[in-house]
Ligand binder design. Structure first.
Ligand code: TMP
Length: 270
């Protein structure tokens, strides 16, 4: 099987390129325009299935994504696992700029632009080629994160995010979005505890691993910030109930996984 995504833990190495998707369809001498994008995307999206996971930091979505990937593979399905920001070599470099505590001075607009830069590359290099091959793509965060964190948390609003999504991402929509919901205080405390634990082991590992663990810029935000992020997430779910399904993340990981499997079975008809 050709590797497209790579797991969340090794998404840095997910650099497989497939040039069939975009460029060859466009033909020689034509550059990709705004008008081209949606058609290209709907052509390929009908084959695979695109599932995104969303939620606050510490909501348990990465664990649940891995569990779902294992279950789907056990059913014999071909699954690509990836994440945002990141998922490509370029995206992982952008991730470092975005999440490292040393770059805390980014303006909200810079932050939003970098999220979309990572995403545009990710769609081109990983997501569309995998969908074209008929694979199931499980993506840890997508544009809903930008709408919730930059639109809601940073107060940039939804309109700019949705417009950029249309321009830069051809308005690619997931077939299913699983929103893991929990109280902001609970999720963020969990994320902070996780980060403190990681930092404890820093001296034993190389500088690259240490940089990976210093991804706590957002976790340093206030409770009010995360309250706005959660509110924005729930508003998206309310606006798009067909696509976005809210899963209660207060149970044990196994209970949450069972709820997700029931939903995915219904949606994918497996
Ligand atoms: P992660 O820890 O779930 O990988 O996400 C990294 C952080 O980036 C998390 O705090 C949420 C934030 N983020 C945004 O603010 N906007 C976005 O568009 C994305 C994809 C992530």
């Amino acid at each position: 099987m050709r590797r497209v995504g790579g797991s969340c833990s090794d998404a840095k190495t997910a650099t497989t390129k497939d040039t069939k998707g975009h460029e060859e369809n466009l033909g020689p001498g034509r550059s990709q325009t705004l008008a081209d994008s949606p058609a290209i995307i709907s052509d390929v999206a009908v084959r695979g299935r695109f599932i995104t996971f969303e939620g606050l930091d510490g909501s348990g979505k990465s664990t649940q994504l891995e569990k779902l990937a294992r279950s789907l593979r056990a059913h014999g399905l071909s699954v690509a696992v990836t994440r945002e920001p990141g998922g490509t070599a370029t995206g992982e470099k952008i991730r470092e700029v975005l999440l490292h505590s040393a770059t805390a001075g980014l303006s909200p607009f810079t932050e939003m632009a970098l999220m979309f830069a990572s995403r545009a590359q990710h769609i081109h290099e990983v997501i569309l080629p995998a969908l074209a091959e008929g694979r199931i793509v499980l993506c840890d965060r997508f544009t809903d994160s930008t709408e919730a964190y930059q639109g809601g948390g940073r107060k940039l609003g939804s309109k700019a995010v949705l417009q950029l999504h249309e321009i830069l991402c051809g308005n690619l929509q997931p077939d299913l979005t699983i929103l893991l919901d929990n109280e902001a205080a609970f999720s963020v405390d969990r994320a902070r505890r996780r980060n403190r634990k990681h930092k404890g082991g820093r001296s034993e590992k190389g500088p690259e691993r240490a940089a990976e663990r210093d991804e706590n810029r957002f976790e340093q935000e206030s409770r009010a910030f995360f309250g706005r992020v959660r509110h924005a997430y729930l508003a998206i779910a309310h606006r798009e109930p067909q696509r976005v399904h809210v899963i209660n993340a207060r149970g044990t990981p196994s209970e949450t996984h069972a709820d997700i499997m029931e939903l995915v079975r219904k949606k994918l008809k497996i």
